[in-house]
Design a protein around this ligand. Structure first.
Ligand SMILES: Nc1ncnc2c1ncn2[C@@H]1O[C@H](COP(=O)(O)OP(=O)(O)OP(=O)(O)O)[C@@H](O)[C@H]1O
Ligand SMILES: [Mg+2]
Length: 489
């Protein structure tokens, strides 16, 4: 990506993905349409400042209108609302044909990881839902398991496969190997028997360290570093699961979920060595299980945070990656719906209603912003237009009818049917319908964010007066990377 304005759009999509997780395509389409309309105004000698102020005002009015007039509480719609929101986000994706199956899985997963914080508000941490991809079988063979799954295995098959009934998990960040003297320390021995004594001492030190961890009550020991045969032997004898070379990121996740402290060394402030039982994390069961095609370590019933794992199956890598993205979008949608409890009808309904509302609003204003607000209203229509074009419908006709419905409602809200205000596109039949009744719902937050982010991005580009582009100096001759000034030196 070279062009600075394009970079702004890329960052915009990224922002939307990070903040709310879905609606990345919509936000980019809306921002570019706003830019197009803003640019027209500037070309027609409207000062950019007026355009920017108009866009800002329109954005604020739009967000107010959505939250005051269009939002519907999920309680009034029942449990189906969640499923519907998840299904809507999947409908344009690769798993769209199995939206029923996946939306149930996603809603179950999100409900499973609910935590209530100290203030009493419910949170649904996205990080607690792991996604594991397994090549092979079809997408309908995907399933949900309780517990945190990590792609690690026991250090040796001699160890027990599973520890049940209250696991104590030690997370270490040092080697469990035969103790070696520090670098730069020389020991001069004259008698070969002394050499043997040194070796023995090394073994004793290692044994003492391992015994310390075992005595603290650990029955699952994970380390990011190595584990030698000697250490494994002690773990096997004690019936402990030992895992070596656990990736740092995984051990951090495990530590967080089980409430363990990642331990960098056994050294204490007094210069002794100790392992505190308080450093251990807790889980109900830990063991290796076959998930997809891999043997995975599954931590069930973790102490501090509940975790679930979605195992996705699919014929190839590309499909799996796309499925993962779609499931991630749906998870975000469910999270936002659960947390805010508000949804709006999808399928271009909100955008059309806003367009009519802003057009009316613009005519009530006698200031310089009027033109910009009217253009903002026009730009919003790009969403229903793109949606109907993508569904191979007649965009001009559908959007015109959609506008007529919303206009009729808004000109006399008290006496008209509320269903008119919820009219959106029915893309499979190329018609219009009440989208709330047919379950095409989107979280309100996603709509609010995408409108405000798109406006901000368009404004930041409109602020730029001129772009001066310096072409990089041409490289001359075969001289490779030598700058021009250096030639002939
Ligand atoms: N069954 C449906 N009927 C009508 N419109 C629908 C339906 N399902 C989804 N939509 C509309 O499709 C749009 C979402 O499309 P899509 O999920 O492809 O893009 P996005 O959410 O903007 O971006 P992304 O999902 O790529 O992050 C929303 O405006 C939504 O209202
Ligand atoms: Mg989407």
């Amino acid at each position: 990506m070279q062009h600075p304005a394009a970079k702004v759009l890329v960052e915009l999509a990224d922002l939307q993905d990070r903040e709310v997780g879905d609606g990345t395509t919509s936000v980019v389409i809306l921002a570019s349409e706003l830019l197009k309309h803003g640019n027209e105004l500037v070309k027609n000698k409207v000062h950019p400042t007026s355009v920017i102020q108009g866009f800002r005002l329109a954005m604020r009015q739009a967000c107010k209108y959505i939250s005051e007039e269009m939002a519907i509480t999920t309680e009034s719609l029942g449990k189906e609302a969640l499923m519907n929101a998840a299904r809507t986000s999947m409908s344009s994706k690769i798993i769209g044909s199995q939206a029923e199956f996946f939306s149930e899985m996603v809603v179950d997963a999100m409900n499973e990881v609910k935590i209530v914080n100290k203030k009493g508000t419910a949170k649904y941490p996205l990080k607690s839902v792991g996604i594991v991809k397994g090549n092979g079988m079809s997408s309908s063979d995907s399933y949900l398991v309780a517990g945190l799954a990590v792609k690690i295995g026991r250090a040796t098959p001699m160890m027990v496969r599973q520890v049940t009934g209250g696991c104590r998990v030690a997370c270490l960040d040092f080697d469990l190997k035969k103790f070696k003297g520090q670098m730069g320390v020389d020991i001069v021995v004259k008698n070969p028997a002394e050499l043997e004594a040194i070796r023995q001492q090394e073994e004793i030190i290692t044994k003492r360290r391992i015994q310390m961890i075992i005595d603290a009550g650990a029955n699952v020991v994970l380390t990011t570093k190595g584990m030698d045969d000697l250490a494994m032997k002690y773990f096997v004898e004690a019936g402990i699961i030992g895992v070596r070379r656990v990736p740092k990121i995984d051990i951090q996740r495990i530590a967080k979920a089980t409430g363990a402290t990642l331990c960098v060394s056994l050294g204490t402030l007094e210069g002794e060595e100790a392992f505190e039982p308080g450093w251990l994390g807790a889980a109900d069961t830990v063991g290796e299980e076959m998930l997809g095609d891999y043997e995975m370590m599954l931590f069930k019933g973790c102490k501090t945070s509940k975790a679930v794992t979605i195992v996705l199956r699919g014929p190839n890598e590309y499909m799996l990656d796309e499925m993962e993205r779609s499931v991630h979008d749906a998870l975000c949608v469910v999270k936002r719906t659960l947390e805010s409890g508000m949804v709006v009808p999808g399928g271009g309904c909100v955008e059309t209603a806003l367009s009519i509302y802003l057009e009316n609003f613009a005519t009530t204003l006698g200031t310089r912003e009027q033109l910009a607000i009217a253009e903002f209203a026009e730009a919003l229509l790009v969403i229903p237009r793109v949606l109907s074009t993508n569904a191979a419908c007649d965009a001009t006709e559908l959007v015109a009818r959609l506008r007529a419905y919303h206009y009729r409602y808004q000109s006399d809200p008290a006496n008209s049917d509320a269903a008119l205000s919820r009219t959106g596109l029915d893309l499979s039949n190329g018609k219009l319908r009440d989208n709330v009744e047919h379950g095409v719902l989107e979280p309100m937050l996603i709509k609010l964010k995408s409108i405000s982010f798109a406006t901000e991005a368009a404004i930041s580009v409109l602020r730029i007066d001129d772009m001066i582009k310096i072409t990089p100096p041409q490289q001359q001759g075969q001289g490779g990377g030598m700058p021009p000034g250096m030639m002939g030196m």
